[in-house]
Design a binder for this molecule. Structure first.
Ligand SMILES: [Fe+2]
Length: 273
């Protein structure tokens, strides 16, 4: 089985015409739809069994932004199963209305959790983006929800998707916190893989015995290697393919350009990605 893993699209039909700061970065980047189109045409979708998107679908988008993005996905992937997780740049209410086509009276912090079965595997999307924890974190209620799902639908092959990274060494982006109860639960149930986004860089490692991987961003990414207080933003869009076989899981990142394109620099403290 092959799963296309996309993350951090930050789509909007129109971005605020601002040339400075974080807003200047998103205004200065290429439309993520251009990258997505390249992604879909660069792979053979007939060899893909499902798509997961690990958050920041839009850049604080409106209902219409989610509708347009969903239509774009459907146009390209047809009826392939798709499961999304929400990130800190998603608007949960606009998502429910535009992507899920549900009139929503739910508060903007009500988590979006969902499951989908693809062949014999269970994919679970659990929301770890909330206003309680600025770097993301699993609330008690979320852990209780996950435990209920794991008890009810347990099988050998379960893959969890969420937005915020769980390891802090990933490009210096702080890890979600708290995560202790989550780690204890996923270890107890022998989850097969944990897939996330948020850092905008590919990463692969282990959490306990569980494969853990972050997908590259389908939009911008930032870095401050010079440690001079300046973050350089560039676009180097990519995605990853997760192959599940009897041999195990193989995750391969792919990039849509030969090299990154510089967008602009921002002084640390002015950003919140
Ligand atoms: Fe993001």
């Amino acid at each position: 089985m092959r799963i296309l893993h996309i993350s951090d699209i930050h789509y909007r039909e129109y971005y605020e015409p601002v040339n400075e700061g974080y807003l200047g970065v998103v205004y200065g980047m290429t439309s993520p739809l251009v990258h997505l189109e390249k992604c879909f045409s660069s792979i053979s979708l007939s060899n893909i069994d499902g798509v997961v998107v690990t958050g920041d679908l839009t850049e604080k988008g409106s209902k219409r932004d989610y509708q347009l993005l969903k239509s774009f996905f459907i146009k390209h992937i047809g009826n392939l199963p798709i499961l999304v997780a929400l990130g800190n740049h998603d608007d949960k209410r606009a998502f429910r209305e535009g992507w899920c086509n549900q009139y929503s009276i739910l508060g903007k912090d009500v988590p979006y959790n969902k499951t989908v079965e693809i062949e014999d595997k269970l994919f679970i999307s659990i929301d770890n983006a909330n206003t309680l924890y600025s770097n993301g974190g699993f609330t008690t209620e979320q852990i209780e929800w996950l435990e209920g799902i794991l008890k009810e639908k347990y099988r050998k092959e379960i893959i969890l998707i969420f937005h915020h990274n769980l390891i802090s060494v990933q490009k210096g982006i702080p890890a979600a916190d708290p995560i202790e109860d989550f780690i204890e639960l996923v270890s107890k149930y022998h989850i097969q893989a944990l897939l996330c986004g948020h850092t905008h860089y590919h990463y692969q490692g282990l959490i306990g015995n569980i494969l853990y991987s972050t997908a590259p961003s389908m939009s911008f990414r930032g870095h401050n290697e010079a440690e001079d207080g300046i973050v350089k933003f560039e676009e180097f869009p990519g995605f990853q393919i997760c192959e599940f076989s009897s041999q195990g899981i193989k995750i391969t990142p792919f990039y849509l350009e030969k090299e990154p394109r510089f967008i602009q620099s921002i002084i640390i403290g002015e950003i919140n990605i």
